[in-house]
Design a protein around this ligand. Structure first.
Ligand SMILES: C[S@@+](CC[C@H](N)C(=O)[O-])C[C@H]1O[C@@H](n2cnc3c(N)ncnc32)[C@H](O)[C@@H]1O
Length: 301
């Protein structure tokens, strides 16, 4: 299959996977893994002090917002009396995620929040409008040009904070599950899985992230690599969150056997995670190693 066709197929599979009506409910548990990095993104942009000490109004774009990890962290950090100075657009390819976030915002009184379908591969938003852009665990799903498009959306002097993964710690559990099977299906080596997830780009390397931000035009680019161990729920919850990455492997299995193999892998994975967590109600942990890149749009651009 030609590389461009494969990339296009992967893009369509990725978009389809996020349209599952139950995706937001499932993702709220996975959000535990992205929240620590949402906080780092916000701290690096000194957003709270901008609002509380300098009375600046924030007009932020939470890009690939999902269930709103960054938006929630922002409202948590900013004292309520300053909320009228906060505007956030949550943009995502997934309507179920946006509906969830909109309801979350209404419940919590985040009156500055609006949501909108945005496809990161074809962003149709007015340029020079945002003071801040947050892109937590999204950029690696997209073609390389996405960062330049985000640059255009920022006001001069605006801030971007983004996260990619330096490591994929769930891979070992899934591999162990596959190896335990009587007839293990083909399971791609780690490097191949990472390449599939990242469109063949080296988003797991801090120097690559820095280079991409600089290529897009950002200045004062800063990179931090941080590890956080997070609780991601019971073995059942962990397996649920693995359904999405598993769809990617399933593409390599014979179509007529795909559903059956996926089911068997899930059953083995559940056994592995029961052992790791010490039972049905035990907690599963993941060590997330994130690369947080941040930068600023030059004032004169
Ligand atoms: C790993 S989640 C991260 C969600 C959130 N930023 C967080 O910190 O938890 C990735 C999100 O990117 C969204 N997404 C995937 N492909 C996209 C695209 N082409 N354009 C916009 N959003 C996309 C998914 O729907 C999902 O909500």
């Amino acid at each position: 299959m030609a590389a461009t066709q494969k990339a296009e197929d992967m893009r369509e599979e990725n978009i389809a996977a996020w349209q599952d009506p139950g995706i937001a409910e499932k993702y709220t548990r996975t959000e535990a893994a992205t929240i620590p990095f949402a906080n780092i993104i916000l701290d690096k942009g000194s957003i709270v002090s901008k609002i509380t000490q300098h009375n600046c109004a924030i007009n932020a774009f939470d890009f690939g917002c999902g269930t709103g990890a960054v938006t929630a962290a922002l409202y948590e950090k900013v004292p309520k009396e300053h909320w009228p100075n906060v505007k956030v657009l949550g943009g995502d390819i997934s309507q179920p995620m946006l509906t969830y976030l909109q309801e979350r915002g209404e419940k919590n009184g985040w009156t500055g929040l609006t949501t909108q379908i945005v496809d990161g591969a074809n962003i149709q938003l007015a340029p020079n409008q945002f003071t801040h852009i947050f892109a937590n665990a999204i950029i690696f799903f997209l073609p390389l040009g996405a960062l330049s498009n985000l640059f255009e959306l920022l006001q001069p002097g605006g801030y971007i904070g983004m996260t990619t993964w330096a490591a994929l710690n769930w891979y070992d559990h899934v591999q162990r599950a596959v190896n335990n099977m009587a007839n293990p299906p083909f399971f791609p080596p780690f490097e191949e899985v990472r390449a599939m997830l990242q469109h063949n780009n080296a988003w797991h390397e801090p120097s690559f992230v820095k280079q991409q931000l600089e290529n897009a035009g950002f200045q004062n680019v800063d990179i931090v690599v941080e590890k956080r161990t997070v609780a991601v729920g019971t073995p059942e919850h962990f397996c649920e969150s693995m359904k999405l990455p598993l769809k990617m492997f399933a593409g390599q299995w014979e179509e007529s056997k795909r559903d059956q193999i996926s089911k068997e892998v899930m059953e083995e994975l559940k056994k592995v995670m029961l052992e790791v967590a010490g039972g049905e109600e035990g907690e599963c942990y993941m060590t997330m190693e994130g690369i947080v890149g941040s930068g600023w749009k030059p004032v004169g651009k």
